[in-house]
Unconditional design. Sequence first.
Length: 198
Amino acid sequence: MTNFILKTGKMQKETEQQYFAWLLYCKVRSIEDMISTWELIRTGRWQGDLPDGWRGDIKRLGELPAKRNVEVWSSRYRWVERKELKLQQEIEELYKRAQKYQINKKHKIVIIFGRIMDDFLKRVESGKLNIENMTISDFKKIWEMARTELGETLGKHEILLNEDEQRPPTPEDKEFGKVIDEAVKQFYGLRGKAKTKK
């Protein structure tokens, strides 16, 4: 066996035909399947997708060699190991894409939550809170969505505090707490009035 560095690109001393034969091998289960697929491609009867990297140029495969020659290529250029490496790389790429999608999704939800929170506080501070346009229930749903995306629980849970990190509330913290308390009182006050009218 030749001691080339294993890679999914074209190997040292590997011809273009041998490399494209390996790409075709990666799409099928065996050398026999690869040879029959090669023949279908060569005669224009292939209905499937071509391997990545071909860019539609089937001339790169050239004439179909004897099966024994293909088996020599497979052994010399370590087709089985390279196919496994290619599959592993594709799985890692899919995982990275999935992670990126999840991060983007979380980012968008947090931004939406932040905007709703800002709008909610502005309405409370200006005295223009319109319960019919923004309910605590809607606000709670967005809050739950943000916590879920960030991997936080929604149920009751014990909060462990590090006393070394504790600090007394700042005047801004106290003012913010008053605004939230007032919003909650106003919300439940309006809801209570609505129930008594019915």
